[in-house]
Design a protein around this ligand. Sequence first.
Ligand code: SF4
Length: 469
Amino acid sequence: MSSVPTKHLRQRALEGLNNSQMRAATRKVVDRLDNGKREASKQLEQWEEWRVQGAKIRQHVIENLDYYLNQLIENVKKSGGHVHLASKGQDAAGIIRDICLQHNAKLVVKSKSMVTEEIRLNKALEEAGIVVQETDLAEYIIALAGEPPSHIIVPSMHKNRYQIAELFSKVAGYQLETDTPTLTAFARKVLRNKYLEAQVGITGCNFAIAESGSITTVTNEGNARMCTTFPKVHIAVMGMERVLPTFEDFEVLLALLPRSATGQKITSYVSVFNGPRKKGEIDGAEEFHLVIVDNNRSKILADPQFRDALRCTRCGACFNVCPVYRQIGGHAYGSVYGGPIGSVITPLLEEDYNFWGELPFASTLCGACTMTCPVKIPLHDLLIKLRNKKVTKGFTSGAEKTVFKIWRRFYQGSGTYRFAMKSAYYLQKPLVRKGYIKFGPPPLSAWTNSRYFPAIAKKSFKEEWNKNH
Ligand code: SF4
């Protein structure tokens, strides 16, 4: 999937924590998105029932994925489209590169698509001499900054308008004003011509509809529609789980997705594509390709413990409520997919579990992600299972294993437990001030550096209980 970062989670998180500008920008946007989501879900009424229905639809698809994928492929072909199945990320990027080269593409326009980030498509195209123009405003900003996305819905949420003005001014060759209308007008002017020049348009796919072989995109800027109408060739890229059986199912997911993502009843553009342009139609690409990416999704599908994660709609709502994400920011996850869902799927999609298995620890396990997820993915349960997987695979340090062996020994019997607590009470005494340990030695200092640690009480809860009952 993504290239493996050189730094570990702890270092990346510290960098995020030390970046006050990024943290302020992130907090502002996630609060706005989450408040919008709460308001929009209240207005819909019976939100919980919509969630149940959404979860049922997605679960049904996951459990019958081979059937719906076959139906989708058959119907895309009937509409005159070409379908390509890619087992690995580099296979998918290679297929897309080859289609572009067959059409002598020098420039491709792209709308936002996380799966193309996952397969590192831009790098593959650029290595083949093809210029990639991101057309989503946020993607355009981070492409200019040379940075990965920090959120799946608002990839540039860590940037403020002054930073964006700096980036755009370099392109303009003069200093731009920092107000939003000036900046968006500038981006529009640059991007408009690119649609006319590009030979190939590449989009993601929010959902593919099996019954008709349709591809849908849900956007606010209209850029996906421009990518699919001006260039002669349209390539849509989708993770293999992004299928829905019917348009009726799409209606349910369309009620959940924009509300959860941006707090909107519906986005400005909901587009449905059915293969290439037909005779008599006035717009659409002359050639249509659908690239379906596996990239270890079938491994997740085969594991009943983690299969629920494939229900994800990529709405980003779990990012917006996560107390860890809002502090460390999206880049600290080191993966294309950050936040709670990223901490679940990245270790499963990536080959190197030893490295990526630290992501499930970037969570307080408060359960806010599970509560907000529109398709009821039990995210915090999955995070616990992934932590367990790291231990059972033997990827824990010798020191950690020793600590837990000692811990188990003392906690196995009530006598040893009482002895341990009494010893700890007396051992902590030199460090305790007014009921708290304010400065602890390592490794306790990792906690006391930023907050106090409550001292162990002289009497246990059980002793107090027995005394008073
Ligand atoms: S896990 Fe749920 S809340 Fe998070 S992005 Fe996926 S669908 Fe949205």
